[in-house]
Structures are given as structure tokens and as C-alpha cells.
Ligand binder design. Sequence first.
Ligand code: NAD
Length: 315
Amino acid sequence: SQKVVLITGCSSGIGLAIAVLLAKDEKKRFMVYATMRNLAKQEPLVEAAGRTLGQTLEIRPLDVCDEKSIKDCVDGLPDRRVDILISNAGLGLVGPIECQDIEEMKSIMDTNFFGLVRLLKEVLPDMKRRKSGHIVVISSVMGIQGILFNDIYAASKFAVEGFCESLAVQAMRFKLNISLIEPGPVVTEFERKVYEEGMKTDLSKADQVTADIFINVYMKHWSQIFESLGQSPEVIAEHTLKIITMDNPPFRHQTNTLYTPFTTLKYADPTGDLPIDTFYKAVFQHDKVFSASLNFLKLLRWRSRKSFSLDKDKS
Ligand code: NAD
């Protein structure tokens, strides 16, 4: 039978791509409710959805920052049923924290973190009652690893990950699945908006060194990073389709294998120094990245020797 999929933030980017891919499924496995904050921005989705509109795809308003709008949307679904919830709406923010005001930071947390919390408060009780449902959250590699000048954004995604990790155990008791999809850089409006906003940052509150690193190191390499590592929203949609059709979907799924060596650093060194050192070298001493990777390999070898000798000590 057809699965009801509710997706947030479908006016552009990843949300739009997922909505269209699922709606166009040849076997018509999904009934997609593609939601967006502002219906005036539905044109790109309407166009991409083509003939699926009114068939396997419907567009509904939903603002993740507004509890009533979430409730109204869910109340408007047949039997309030959501089989697969895809929490995708999100905002980015880059820059030195001394140049950002608290209200701006709060709006990132409110959308990226509390937006998910509000959705689950509305949808989770029904899923528990039915003992079925899959919650899919578009997180980020920044949900597991902080990146220079993305302090608040990374914090919002860490919040999302901690929240889901805590809920996952309870979800299991009700036979529900939770999956975090963790893309690296994706070339969307998001990337362009965040870049443009970043370039407009009022740096008068930052010292010279910070302002210089932000503009001449971070922002300067932005497009290079997106060009070399960037994926398309369609690729993220393909990964999402794979995750929602698996029998035993994983809790975490990274979409970009080029990025995995970076996130692996975190798990390789419990002190947390290795990823920080490596990123420092990647940003400030490009030539040393290579030697950093070598050190990483040495460390792995050292660790495996050490765990071996610890085992021996115990016996
Ligand atoms: P995007 O800007 O194209 O899409 C984000 C969507 O969220 C927009 O349509 C926006 O209108 C919507 N949105 C914002 N506030 C909302 C609200 N209050 N209620 C409902 N919708 C709201 O960018 P994207 O890249 O497609 O981002 C989608 C998700 O992917 C985000 O959660 C983002 O953090 C995550 N992500 C993006 C990248 C990237 O590099 N682009 C990388 C990793 C993760």
C-alpha cells in the first residue's frame, strides 16, 4: 500500500528534489505531502512535479516555527496519518559569533532544532499508537563535526543529532525508525544564500585577524569546497529514497564518501584533538594536510597496537 510522506521545506533544494523523486516513483509507492512555509514560492515545485501534482503529490503550507501551522497541516491529512516524516527545513549561518546577534542565532536554533521538535510533538504520538513510522531528518556532517565559522549552525545540527539519538531508543520500543541523513556540501539555494549573507557580515565587531581569516581564508575557499566536494540535491534525494525503502534503515547515513575521511577522524581519536588539528592544518597550512593524513594513519596503527597491548595486560 502507498506510504504517506510528509516533507518540510519543499520550495527549493533538497526538500524539492526529494518530493519530486518520491512523487515520480514508477511503482507509485508514495503519496507525498510537500510542504512549505510560503505557498507563494511553490512555482519551482509545481513545475518540477509536473503531472504528479494532484496525483502522488500535494502541496500544503507548513511553517516549522509555528505549532499551529504544523497541527493544521497534520489534521488535514487523511486520518492524520504520516508513515514517513522527512524533516528537511533548515537555515544556515556563517561568520564570527561576535558579529552575529543573538536573535539571528535563535532563529537558526528555532528552525533547525525546535522545528524538528515541534514536528515530532505532533507526529510521534500517532506513530507510537500505530507502532509504525519512519522519521528521517536531513542533518549534516556538521551534526557530527564542527566547522570553522559555522559555530551556530553546527550547534543546531548537533542538537538535532543528540535529540534523535536520545529518542531512537524509545522509538525502537515502538518499532519506529529514525534516520539522520548527513550530507556534506550540497549545491542549493542554501549554499548561495548563506554565502551572500556571509559576505554581507558586518565585521566591525571582529578583530583584524578574525576578519581576515573569515574573508580571505574561509569565504575565499567557499566555492572551491562546493565545486570539489559538492553534491546535487537530486543525489541527496536518491540517498533518501534508498534509506526509506530499506528493511532496516541505519540511524546515521553520510551521503558523501569524499567527506568520510574527515568525520572518521573524530571516531579515531577520543581526545578530539585529531580532527581539530587536521582542520587547523587544512585551513592554515594546506601543504601540511598530506602529512596530517599520514599522521592519522600512524595514529590508527598506534591505537590498534595499544588496544592489543591493553588486552594483553588484562589477561
Ligand atoms: P534550501 O535553502 O534550498 O532549502 C531549505 C528550505 O527550508 C527552504 O525551502 C526554506 O524556505 C525552508 N524553510 C526555512 N525556514 C522554514 C520554516 N520555518 N518552515 C518551513 N520551511 C522553512 O537549502 P537545502 O540545502 O535544500 O537545505 C535543506 C536541508 O539540508 C537543511 O536542513 C540544511 O541544513 C541541510 N543541509 C544542507 C547542506 C547544503 O550544503 N546545502 C548540507 C548539509 C545539510
